[in-house]
Design a protein around this ligand. Sequence first.
Ligand SMILES: [Mg+2]
Length: 123
Amino acid sequence: MMTMSDFPPTLTSLYQNQVEFQKLLGNIDIPKDDPNEMAHHLLGLVTEVGEVSQADKRWKKNKRNKHYNFQEKLDEIADCFIFLLNVCIYSDITPWQILNAIDHKIKENKRRFKSPEKDEEQK
Ligand SMILES: [Mg+2]
């Protein structure tokens, strides 16, 4: 039988959990627009992106690097998402806003792919 815990968390529940964790670390008045704190988490994101590339080195073209660990890669991608949540939290961006922005971007990319000539006409 399926229980509530079988359902994946939503972006909103992840965001709320991350806000709670940041509060435990002493950052009380959040979400808020805090460029310094945002920059810290943006740098954290950059390092985690590098860790994803280390967990799966098959992208390298020298053929010597065959390292690939699915669980390690999954965990590093999760770290990236957590830092992205922090970037949103310290930019005062709500889950609703980021979800809609992502949705809009993907739809726009699909539209551009399907009819690139329309973009050319606008130039
Ligand atoms: Mg990591």
